[in-house]
Design a protein. Sequence first.
Length: 331
Amino acid sequence: MRRMATTLLVAGLLASPLLVLPTTAHAGISVGISVGIAPPALPVYAQPVAPGPGYLWTPGYWAWNPAYASYYWVPGAWVTPPAVGLLWTPGWWGVVVGGYRWHAGYWGPHVGFYGGVNYGFGYFGSGYVGGRWRGHQFFYNRAVSNVNAVNVHTVYVDRTVIGNVGGSRISYNGGRGGTVAQPTALQRQYATERRYQPTALQARQRETAMRSPTQRFHAGQLRPAVFATQYAGRFQGAQVVRQPALASSRMATAPAHERGFVQTPQDRARRVGSAPPMAREERSAPPRRGYAPGSRAPRERMAPGRRRAGSAASVRAGRSAREKHNDGGYR
């Protein structure tokens, strides 16, 4: 009698139109959400230096907060993958009927399709060129990734990938104004591979950003307070990026990890601050004694009685010319 009552109860619940059974996502990947407002343009920011070997870069992205009906910026961060050999496929917004749908990011053996969105720092719309696995070690491309070779020895330099950096800051795929990329046959194959959900630290990064009012995008907050963090879940510290990257003539030849994206003339129209000091790329010449590569070289002492070339007027003129170029910002 009890077994029959239980069977009738389960049958009644399944037949009820009010019951919504949870959908089991593949390997724990969350089901995407849809909103009716287009996500903002991607900000231009610098990449903090990698904390050490084994960390992979996960770019920042716009997420949706239904409680406030607004987007908020989840800062980019260096994260250790769930297992050796895994790579990060960023999440992306795609146009659907009636709105924009979020496709959650995931870990996997290969980098899959992420909407053709140029997140910078190696994620230039397709694949990842900021580094690669060699056996059990991850090697960083220092032409793209901000890595201090003193602390991380598994590095290489491939400058050919810098040419792949585009000027687009579009944050969604499809529709009017979105990217027009479609998954390739190889990316469709990657989509069938086993996926791994974001780590606990990545979830903490998202939750911390969601609780912070200064990360929200609205009329009074034109840019987030924190663009990127060195460690996921930590919004404080010397390596937290709080200023947009510079848009100057120097950025055209600077390493990709310093510029993030090639900025458009519209980006240069507004100046909202300067970029924080970043670790510079080491020169081919051996470093001087007393300072580590990537740090600022000590100023040389001049012989007594000697003066530096150039008058005070020319120095001031050169400084004014440089300041006119430092007009980067975020729209």
